[in-house]
Write a protein that binds this ligand. Structure first.
Ligand SMILES: Nc1ncnc2c1ncn2[C@@H]1O[C@H](COP(=O)(O)OP(=O)(O)O)[C@@H](O)[C@H]1O
Ligand SMILES: CC(C)(COP(=O)(O)O)[C@@H](O)C(=O)NCCC(=O)O
Length: 329
């Protein structure tokens, strides 16, 4: 993050795929991401932009998540920078609260391919359930600034989709796996209600013939090997299974704690329409239309934002929320 009034975004940083920029306090907030496996690119970037606080002798960077622990020694060794670790849950909540208050079109619903922005009433924002889908999934009940409890989680998350997907399809990247899913037909591998009920709905319990009765269930009854299934279909079944499962658990947790609003973040989502539609469907279905999922535009940057804000916790936060003018793409 830098604060430089005289340079355009491109002059300051160049353009990085789908990363975003926002003006703040006369400077800009820049959002840039690196895959963990490409940590060296991150070092080069931080070095070239001098993205740390203090001079070379006592340079520090605030960071959060497992990487703040895992890569602290490498940051010291490669850049001479000390990583100041901030708690991941604190940062996720601080980041989400900030975004919900400061960015006008931050939260949106997604239903059958249609995105609709949600107006957030700052005086009636809490409690909400924050579901962060990274490698694993954390579910946090947020009651205010700094007031929260991690009420649940599941180990079936983004890492599961990418890990199992890589094994089952031989895809070389997450993007490739996600792209494949767009051409998939999950009925080739999922067992549908209609497969069990001779093509009929089971309407008495609210299930249509096309509802998935058992993810990957068709594979048990056919004399087929993994090579006989299309990677496209495998990717879609896996994505359905994981997204639906997370949506369903989230709703049950929200119900357990009497929470009406559920926001989703984390890089698993990737603004991917099918993922968001599936999470939304699960919540609508189980709540009988009473609850809906909301997604955050800066889905994968909640922790990073929270860590950034911890530099000057209270002063910076108040200034930001009051003065932010959004012009980002
Ligand atoms: N380009 C990508 N490479 C790898 N994983 C990605 C990519 N884009 C999205 N993902 C998904 O994001 C997940 C990681 O999400 P993230 O919010 O960064 O959490 P973490 O803190 O665990 O890294 C991965 O498990 C994967 O499902
Ligand atoms: C351990 C974690 C908080 C780490 O966060 P992540 O890097 O996955 O975003 C997360 O993976 C998680 O909440 N896993 C689920 C663990 C559980 O509740 O069973």
């Amino acid at each position: 993050m830098v604060n430089d009034k005289n340079k355009s975004t491109e002059e300051s940083f160049g353009v990085f795929n789908d990363n975003r920029s926002f003006p703040i306090l006369g400077g800009w907030l820049h959002f840039v991401k690196f895959e963990t496996a490409k940590i060296n690119e991150c070092f080069e970037f931080v070095h070239s932009k001098q993205l740390y606080r203090g001079d070379n002798a006592n340079a520090v960077i605030k960071a959060t998540g497992g990487g703040a622990y895992k890569f602290a020694d490498l940051f010291k060794e490669k850049l001479g920078v000390v990583i100041e670790k901030e708690d991941e849950m604190d940062c996720l909540v601080a980041g989400a609260n900030f975004l919900l208050k400061a960015i006008r079109h931050e939260a949106f619903t997604h239903k059958e391919g249609l995105k609709e922005f949600v107006q957030i009433n700052h005086n009636d924002m809490y409690p909400y359930l924050l579901v962060n889908i990274g490698s694993g999934v954390s579910m946090i009940k947020v009651d205010g600034d700094g007031k929260f409890q991690r009420v649940s989680g599941t180990n079936v998350g983004g890492g599961t989709y990418w890990g199992l997907g890589r094994l089952l399809t031989k895809c070389k990247s997450f993007d490739e796996l996600l792209e494949l899913s767009k051409m998939g037909d999950n009925s080739a591998i999922d067992m549908l209600v209609g497969d069990i009920y001779g093509g009929l709905d089971y309407s008495k319990i609210g299930l249509t013939a096309s509802t998935i009765a058992s993810s990957f269930g068709k594979a048990i009854s056919e004399n087929k090997e993994i090579e006989d299934y299309r990677p496209e279909d495998i990717s879609l079944s896996l994505l359905s299974m994981i997204s639906y499962n997370i949506g369903q658990i989230s709703y049950l947790i929200a119900l357990q704690y009497g929470i009406k609003r559920i926001f989703f973040g984390g890089f698993f989502i990737r603004g991917h329409a099918f993922t968001m539609d599936t999470v939304s469907f699960a919540i609508r279905f189980w709540s009988k239309g009473g609850a809906q999922a909301m997604f955050l535009r800066h889905e994968g940057f909640l922790g990073a934002l929270g860590a950034f804000m911890s530099y000057e916790k209270h002063v910076l936060y108040d200034l930001m929320v009051d003065q932010l003018v959004e012009t980002g793409k």
